[in-house]
Each structure stands twice: as C-alpha cells, then as structure tokens.
Design a protein around this ligand. Sequence first.
Ligand code: CVU
Length: 549
Amino acid sequence: MTAYTLPELHRPPAAEPATVYTVASGDLRPAANVTCWPTQEKLESDLAAALTDLGRKVRRGHAVDEAKGHGFIDSQRAGIEVFKHIPKDAPLIVVEAVWQYSHHVLAGLRDHQGPILVVANWSGEFPGLVGLLNLAGSLTKAGRDYSVLWSADFTDEWARESLRTWLETGTLAHDTSHVRPLPPLPSADPETALGVALARQLREEKAIIGVFDEGCMGMYNAIIDDEFLNPLGIYKERLSQSALVAEMKKVSDEEAQEVRAWLDRAGMTFHTGTDEATELTDAQLLSQFTMYIAAVRIADDFGLDAVGIQYQQGLKDTVPASDLAEGLLNNVQRPPVRSRDGARELYPGAPLPHFNEVDEGVAVDSLVTNRIWTAMGLDPATTLHDIRWGEEYDGRFVWVFEISGSVPASHNGGYDKSYSMRQPPMFFPLGGGTLSGVSKPGEIVWSRVFLMDGRLHVDLGRATSVELPEEETRRRLDATNHQWPIMHAVLHGVSRDQFMARHRANHLNVAYAPDAATADKALRAKAAFFAELGVEVHLCGDVAIQPQP
Ligand SMILES: C[C@H](O)[C@@H](O)[C@@H](O)C(=O)CO
C-alpha cells in the first residue's frame, strides 16, 4: 500500500468491429493547413468510399476544428492527445494530401499496435506524396512496420485490391525487385580506387556539416544521430538560425547589392513587383543576398564543409525565404563573398554544398558527391529534389522532381536560364524568391542516404533528365508549384510504384554527368565510397556497375 496518489493510466477505447480509423497529419503553418484542407477532404471522402465498398466503417480519429478551418493534426501535442482516443489495436490509416510534419503523429504511431497504412492522393496539387514519403522514411528510421498506398482517387482496381489486401492481412507488400545489394567491386577499377581513397580521406581528415536548427521541419528521418555520422568522419556543428539573422545585420546593403548586380550581369531573371504580401520585391531579394553572404561567413568561421538551413519555422517569420541563398551556395559559379575585413574571398571557385531543409541524409550525400565529382573534374553542383509527382508522357513515366525553392543554376543550364519568383504566401509570409528553372536534359546519378534497421543505407540509381515540350512543362508546373524548380526525370529500370514502395524519404539527390558512361563511372565511385565508409549500398534499377572495357 502507498499513501501516494498514483496516476490512473489512461485506457484507450476498444476497437469497434469492422472499423478503420483515420488520422491526418498537417503542416505546422496554419495558412497551409487552411489552404490545403478542401483537397484533403476530397481525398478522405474518396478513401472512405473505397473502404465502405470493402465493407468497413470509417471513423476519423479526430474532429475538424471549425474555428481553425481545417481538420489536420497540427502539432505534436495535438497528435499525442488524438492517439489517446484511438484504439491501440485498430487498423489505422494516415491520410495525406499535403506536406505534413511527421513528428505530429510519430509518438502515436510508434506505440500503435494495429496495422498502419499511409496513403496519399496521386496528385501534384499539394505535396501529399512528399508528405507520405517523409512519414515512410520516419517510420522506417523508428523501426515501426507500416504499409503505403497511393491512388488518384481510390477508384482504380489496383488501389482497391491493395486496400482489400491490407484490410485482410494487415500488410501490403509491393514489388521492390529492382533493388539489389552492391556486388564486390573490382579493385583494379580506377573509379573504385578513387571512391575508396576519398572515403579514407574523409574518415581520416574529417568534415563538418553546419546544421542550422536541426529537425524543426518535423522530418525525423532527416536527423542522423552522431553515432551514425561520426564513424564516417562527419561531425555536426550545431548552429542557430538566430545567429544567421544576427550575422545578416552586419552585412551592408552595398555588399548585398553587389550580389544582385552580379546575378543581373549573369542574366538571371527576377520576377518582381511591389506588393510585399504577394509579390517578390527588391527589398526581399536584398535580404536574401544578405543571408547568402552571412551564411558563407558563418561557414568560414566554423570551417564548414557543407551547410543546411532549416528554413521554415522561425526563419520564415523573421526574414524572406532562404532558398535563393541555398541555390547560390550549391553552384560553382556564384557571386564572390569576402571575409568581413575584405581580405579573403571565401570558398573561391567552389560550391559550399547546401543541404536544404537540414536533411542530413542529403548532407552526407552532397559531401560525398562533391568530393567525387570534383576529383573526376565534373560539375559538382548537386541538389535534392522533392519527389513531388509524375505522369506518363509519350509512353514513359516522367517524374516531377521539384524542390520547394532552389537548385544550383548550372542544373538549369546557367543563370541566364534561371529565374526567381516569390515563394507562395501560404508557406512564406515574408516572401523571398526562388532559384528556379527547368533542369537541363542530361544523364544523372540519383541517390538517397537513409536510416533503416539501426544503420545507414544508400540507394543508388541512374536516370535521365529529359526535355519535354514547353506546353507539357507548363502543364506540370501549373499542376504543382510553378514557382519551384522542376526536373523531368526518367528513372532507369525503376517503375513508378517500385520507386514509391522502396523510397525512404521525401527527397532524393541528383548530380549530372556529361554522358551516360561518365555517369556510370561516377556512380561506381560513389558506391565504392559509401561501401568503404561502411554504409550499406543498394543498387536500384538498371545500373551498369562493371567497368566497360
Ligand atoms: C514549402 C513546403 O512545405 C515544402 O517544405 C515541402 O513541400 C517540402 O519541400 C518538403 O520536402
């Protein structure tokens, strides 16, 4: 017996028979949740129709908040409270038509004992597929079993049958036969030797990635703990976005104007106006150039090899978006930045790899790519993209890879083919411009570093960035976010559904090579680099791993 009053443990309700529970994780930004809500409602009603046809009742795990104007779980606390009322062993579907912050639902999903399915609408309108893929990556890192499914409106046979399978068995397996382990690489191969040597150099000499505000975008999968990172020779310098803003205040307007003048001379187009609330203004751009200079100076202060700005929470309410700075950092040709005393040019003639959204899987990848591509004399400009959506064109499935703000200008074919547009107000109230364009046609290596089963893995594959007619490019931009940079990508030997089933992140990395043979070589060097670091390497689709005579 005890004199203490012990807390009474909360008991979740029992599951109702033949009932599927649903939850919807949302953004942390109210404007995004309100704007995207009608699309989410449509997806939920499409899914409910399919589930009803399959003989199930659908119970939404949380109410729509009329005062807020949406029905999303919009914080971690809200998610924890919602999950208290969801039967622990019930079948549960996370329904996503929007970009969502995975940590809103992670606590509940970690403990949930019933089968979990994450679904999204096959649509480019909002980043729902991107949200699904982030949650998938996060659940994979957390070691929680789950299944995934996507459909335009859940009326197609494939989606209905898949739903039936999941309802009956609690799991849904997709074809991932395009993935195979890396075979032993020939040691006499020069690319293998290069990859191994560069990996040993990294582990021995070490590198630092600067992390401005880790994890505040809810991307749990994007946080790689030091225990996994340090054995590769990579260490984090933890930085605060407030220090970035403080440093921006020390940059003079003249210095920022020089960046603008450099870009104007290089032929970049800025779509400007005068209405701060809806248009890109010269003042917003000036602030973004100030950030570019400040970021390089901080990187120099700390001796960073790569840098990542989290860019959403906090920063978007303080200054215009960081995207333009990020795109500039990733390019070889970029406006010069000098030390505060003017004595030194910082990181001259080289990119300072930037991992957007502080995705640390991207950080590792960018660092590795930068070293290999530089050693091979290739353009080391690399970027991540969101896996946003895609559709067939002319008999091929062409992905819309579209990161939410910036790519290095060389990917668009140069600054004269790049442009900047205002970020959508619902995401970025203080505006700021993108570094956008249509990715040039060419051969690329794609990749993704991710955490699974308590260790680091990397998926590697080949793809071609293809040219589409202008009307089709326009259609794809208008069907998504036309302000953002787009790549029309055809993956080699990987179908749409195989890719969706396997990919463990909302992002993937891309880097160009001048031709297919060089891309194959660079991929081989990359595979060797990662294998030497002890990362488990997987080859996806058609990858020519044997050196060609
Ligand atoms: C602005 C959007 O919320 C983006 O941040 C989102 O779509 C992503 O890019 C996620 O990777």
